[in-house]
Design a binder for this molecule. Structure first.
Ligand code: GSH
Length: 273
């Protein structure tokens, strides 16, 4: 599966596990911009469960970077860790970062809100490292500052936009970040019992968000990528647990990803009705 690509040092490599997680934002931008790159996967089964990550791969700087984690971006012999830095680098070379310092700050503001305040809280709750009520549905500032508020914030931003894009008059990393989080949550929730009602409550009355999702999904390269065999390898799984499916129980890793998503959906229904 994953390689170090020593023979193609100069080529852009995006490396992440075979799930969406922290890797999907940079992938969406690279595919949309049709960059010449290697979409390199580290395998949850072979490397994480099989132990080669922990025993070896994690400690190869040319594979897992100076911080020994994924995602990484490699280009021109350098290896970059940290989701924010990797995503921003891809956005820069794809042309999805504005030039004006204020617009750049707005793009980072939106992308960080989605990453830190939505994606990471949900991902950690799926693994049992954060609490659904306190950290996902609620929030640092109490029960009205959690997930529903974050999506209202995104709706407000898009509602005020005259261009249809999150920042300025061109597509930016912020648009891909919004698309990714709304899409993965919708897809995953629609697979569980309480999901359709939760999706309706969370996204049903957000017309600007709905219009934006359609605009992003119908960009030609996005649509091509999302129906590709490559996307299907990892796109449907929010976290590594998604790849494991029902096996999380026998592996003593707790709830499956979909069981976690059902908890999220039922808690959203309780808080939004
Ligand atoms: N702060 C880092 C965290 C990276 C991280 O923890 N990545 C996980 C995968 S989502 C990982 O590689 N875990 C394996 C390990 O830490 O050994 C970021 O935002 O990129």
């Amino acid at each position: 599966m994953s390689q170090t690509h020593a023979d193609s040092e100069n080529k852009l490599v995006l490396r992440y596990w075979n799930c969406a997680g922290r890797g999907m934002l940079m992938r969406y931008m690279a595919y949309d911009a049709d960059l010449d790159f290697i979409d390199d996967l580290v395998d949850i089964d072979e490397d994480f469960l099989g132990g080669t990550w922990e025993s070896t791969k994690k400690f190869l700087p040319e594979l897992a970077g100076p911080f020994k984690a994924l995602p990484v971006v490699q280009h021109h012999g350098a290896t970059i860790n940290e989701t924010g830095a990797c995503s921003q680098y891809v956005a820069e070379i794809a042309g999805y970062m504005p030039k004006s310092p204020l617009d750049r700050a707005k793009v980072i503001m939106i992308s960080d809100h989605i990453y830190e305040d939505i994606l990471i809280n949900i991902s950690y709750a799926l693994w049992g490292f954060r609490d659904w009520d306190r950290d996902v549905i609620g929030g640092f500032a109490g029960p009205t500052s959690g997930l529903p508020l974050k999506f209202s914030n995104l709706e407000d931003i898009l509602d005020k936009s005259t261009s249809g894009f999150a920042v300025g008059s061109e597509v930016s990393m912020a648009d891909f970040a919004i698309f990714y989080i709304v899409d993965i949550l919708t897809q995953r929730m629609l697979e569980v019992e309480s999901g359709p009602a939760a999706v309706e409550l969370l996204f049903g009355s957000k017309p600007a968000l709905a219009k934006h999702q359609k605009m992003m999904a119908t960009r030609p390269n996005m649509s091509k990528y999302r129906s590709s065999a490559q996307w299907k390898l990892y796109g449907p799984y929010l976290s590594g647990k998604g790849v494991m499916g029902e096996r999380t129980h026998e592996l003593e890793l707790g709830d499956t990803e979909l069981e976690g998503i059902e908890i999220l959906a039922s808690k959203l229904i309780a808080c939004l009705t």
